[in-house]
Design a protein around this ligand. Structure first.
Ligand code: P53
Length: 476
């Protein structure tokens, strides 16, 4: 017996810049992902000023889905997916971001892709902005610190909403919009918002300004989308990393509560249409002079989302220090505490299936909206033995998480729309730029050095996931 509804969305998730390749194909402009080098488990990716000779930019070619989509979509259909989450590369549609007319060849690519998916009864689930804005908007306008970005984004959103209004029903505006708040590092500020912090600038102030403009742009897109097609379902997308207290000491609990706020303050804005009290007070106390108008407030109120999309990979633990009063944003400022009750991935991410049920309950309690798990999965090193990949560790991870989804639906009454595990076809890691940090049930023959034939093959987890979908999650 399954606990999932008949129309449950079983899918897989990717993002344009991490798998398409074709970085200059058919008039595509340079995107922020195109100026990020490869890192690894210990070395951070670097952001270069433009595309420089001699650097390794793994997103340029990625797994070349751009030239393989036809056979790849056939493989997705064989897997049995009934939905497929990807993003539209903004820089294919508006190569520089500030043009008035879109690039027809870019629009045509997604037409063909969506037609192919629909022919296989696979519903596209589309993120408008997934860590991929035209790089020109960074160099000319400073990224999302600039209010003009709202207009550019709205133009982009309007063009694609109109173009694909009969092909795409499920949309999300900004991927993991809160990553920049939770991480406050160079990578997150750049990938979320195209921000490069200048000497003497207050990083938090610049970040909150950018996030505000994004929230306004998101709310405008929601309103415009609903006008173009009232049947559109438009969601937000939140990175959910629940934070637990290290001990029952109330100071730890208070600190964990504060850290949780970094997960959801933007969800509050996008779901409730207004800023939470703790943040308004924080802005006042910090004396940030943010550009937030009364008109913006109206827009936020009128552009609330239809559902909550979220990613869930891992949970976190935090502990108070004696000299630090619990306050918002504390998570980014403190080293994490290891959770000794859990195992970690090779990249140190805590493996916590129950945390997914916790997250589902948490969202359901606070927002009472349909929920969509649009990313979840295990990044691992896979070994190829006699042409096969025996990835039982990945099956275990996915099985344990789906078991918790079942409990959330069956016992807790959570409204769950669907599940799209991340990187179900191997792709370039966003955080490290690696190919060898693999999430897929489909293997792609390419390694960190960029070598390989790009051939696709099925890991053991492919048949397992296929069976899960076939039985609508009844048989794990
Ligand atoms: P990778 C953490 C760190 C980096 C990216 O991540 C993240 C997260 C999770 O909050 O975000 C998402 O590739 C993101 C995807 C990304 C995926 O997590 O660093 O939406 O683009 O690939 C996995 O292992």
């Amino acid at each position: 017996m399954t606990v999932f509804p008949k129309d449950f969305l079983w899918g897989g998730a990717v993002a344009a810049h991490q798998f398409e390749g074709g970085w200059q194909a058919d008039g595509k402009g340079v995107s922020i992902a195109d100026v990020m080098t490869a890192g690894d488990n210990k070395t951070a990716r670097r952001i270069t000023s433009g595309v420089l000779p001699g650097e390794n930019y793994p997103n340029h070619d990625a797994i070349d889905f751009y030239h393989h989509y036809h056979e790849d979509v056939a493989l997705f259909a064989e897997l049995g997916l009934n939905c497929f989450r990807t993003s539209i590369a903004w820089s294919r549609i508006f190569p520089n971001g500030d043009e008035t007319e879109p690039n027809e060849a870019g629009l045509k690519f997604y037409d063909d892709l969506f037609d192919d998916l629909l022919a296989h009864h696979i519903e596209p689930v589309i993120t408008l902005s997934h860590f991929e804005m035209p790089y020109h908007l960074v160099t000319e306008y400073g990224g999302w610190r600039n209010r003009k970005l709202i207009d550019f984004f709205v133009r982009f959103a309007t063009v694609v909403f109109k173009r694909y209004k009969d092909k795409v029903k499920y949309w999300m505006t900004f991927n993991e919009i809160n990553n920049q708040v939770g991480m406050m590092n160079e990578w997150a500020l750049f990938t979320n918002s195209g921000l490069v912090i200048k000497d003497g600038e207050n990083t938090e102030q610049v970040m909150f300004q950018a996030a505000h403009y994004e929230a306004v742009a998101s709310a405008l897109a929601v309103q415009i989308g609903h006008q173009i097609n009232p049947h559109f379902e438009i969601g937000c997308m939140v990175a959910m990393g629940p934070t637990y207290a290290a001990t029952p000491n109330p100071n730890d609990v208070m600190k964990a509560e504060r850290a949780m706020q970094t997960n959801y303050y933007l969800a509050d804005v996008q779901v409730k249409g207004k800023y939470p009290a703790f943040l308004k007070r924080y802005f006042e106390r910090q004396q940030f002079n943010l550009d937030m108008t009364l008109e913006d407030e109206d827009i936020l109120r009128a552009g609330t989302v239809d559902y909550i999309g979220f990613s869930y990979y891992a949970s976190h633990v935090t502990q108070a220090t004696a000299d630090e009063p619990a306050d918002f944003m504390t998570m980014g400022k403190n080293p994490e505490v290891k959770n000794t009750t859990l195992k970690q991935s090779a990249w140190g991410w805590e493996i916590d299936p129950v945390g997914l049920r916790y997250a589902l309950n948490w969202f359901s309690d606070r927002y009472d909206l349909p929920l969509f798990i649009v990313e979840n999965g295990l990044g691992a090193f896979d070994q190829v033995e006699d042409g096969k990949i025996y990835d039982d560790y990945r099956i275990d991870y996915l099985r344990q998480h789906i078991e918790q989804m079942k409990l959330a639906v069956d016992i807790d009454g959570v409204q769950l729309m669907g599940y799209t595990p991340w990187g179900f076809i191997d792709l370039v890691s966003a955080g490290t730029g690696q190919m060898d940090k693999r999430y897929g049930v489909i293997y792609v023959d390419k390694n960190d050095a960029g070598e390989g034939t790009l051939a696709r093959s099925k890991k053991d987890s492919f048949a397992w996931y296929q069976h899960v979908i076939e039985t609508n999650g009844a048989d794990l």
